[in-house]
Design a protein around this ligand. Sequence first.
Ligand code: G6P
Ligand code: MN
Length: 441
Amino acid sequence: MSKKNTIVIAGGGSTYTPGIISALLNHSERFPMDEIRLYDIDEKRNDDMKLIIDLLLKEKGFVDIPLLATKDPEEAFTGVDFVFSQIRVGGLEMREKDEKIPLKYGLVGQETCGLGGFAYGLRSIKGLLEVVGHVQEYAPEAWILNYTNPETLISEAVRRVYPDIHMINVCDMTISIEETIAENFGYDRKNWIPTYYGLNHYGWYTEIYDKSLKRDVMPEIIEKLQEKEMGVADFNEGDESWAQTYKMMSTMVNYFPDNLPNNYLEYYWFPDMVLEKTDKNYTRANQVMEGREANTRRMAERIRNGETEGVLNFNFGEHGNYIVDIATSLLNDEHRRFMIITPNNGAIPNVRPDAVVEVPAYIGATGVEPVSLKPINDFHRGMMEAQVAAEKLLVDAYFEQSYQKALQAFTLNQTVPSARVAKQVLDEMIVANKEYWPELN
Ligand code: G6P
Ligand code: MN
């Protein structure tokens, strides 16, 4: 058995922290830990989370694992083996602005897609570069597992500064889609070898090979979806917004039945339909603030008041284990297959090699080994290349502090019908993000 691992969660105060730690504890024989650290620049949230994790460790019988919450980077990162990064620069308050500003101009208002995603990207790059800088300084050998959004943008930006970085970018969306489909239509996704390509939150399945059935089940899944809308899987239970999202998958495969799409394509294919269903004054950020976020604050408050019984209530579901699966595949050289966000370098042969794509990859002790795919069709390729160019322009805008490049990126975004609207949104976002964006000239 390998040595024990010291881990740090960057963005420790996040409501996702209990899910990650819980999954790690459930697999402690494959991923033994000797210390857990929570790093967050927001002390209050981090302290709240420390109370919650402390209780979680007690409930699961891991009182001997030391737990530290700190905002001091040296204390947080020195000597760590793994960094799990899930920071949200500007918090949910800025997510709300990312969603609401585009909506004012009749555009999709979403956390990672459209112009909201671009605004978040310019904030997030700076925050993640800081985290990566700390890792370089205090634990240069550590592996960073990053799921800080918007992931393609982050990955592109970090690799420009640190080309040889030990960082794996992962997103749970493909796993959530697969889990939801499997639950709805009676499959076991553990038997699946899915093939998928795209950018993060922007892609398509080409095959879902089922090892026990010995066939590609994607065509039959698409047929089922065409006829019947899905309900949410257990880990999204009671969440109306995810329910809507998964229903839209039926609409998508009725229009484009050749592939199973990532649910996030609804924002690019059907912005008009999405807008019809959106309340401009109460967006997803509001729902999350009043739901997951408030619930977490309440739990911390109860523990602070001395309660210990029945305080912790989370719904992680199975799909949260993917982070542990990736970490152990790396640690124990297991060469398991995941969807990973990684430089293309020919994995999709007819998409520019310097794009950051999301493709199947095997993970072992030396990192990510992407699978080489077949050329993709013009519909997907055209969409992807436009999105890649827009994202590259945005990252250029960040490093060159270029207003012109930012405007080009905003105009090229496929949720935007006019340069005039792009400029209006950009100008309003510059003001809203004054504390967070680089100055654009
Ligand atoms: C999925 C995506 C994440 C995203 C999250 C938003 O898990 O893969 O990248 O952040 O959804 O969920 P929320 O419940 O915060 O709207
Ligand atoms: Mn994601």
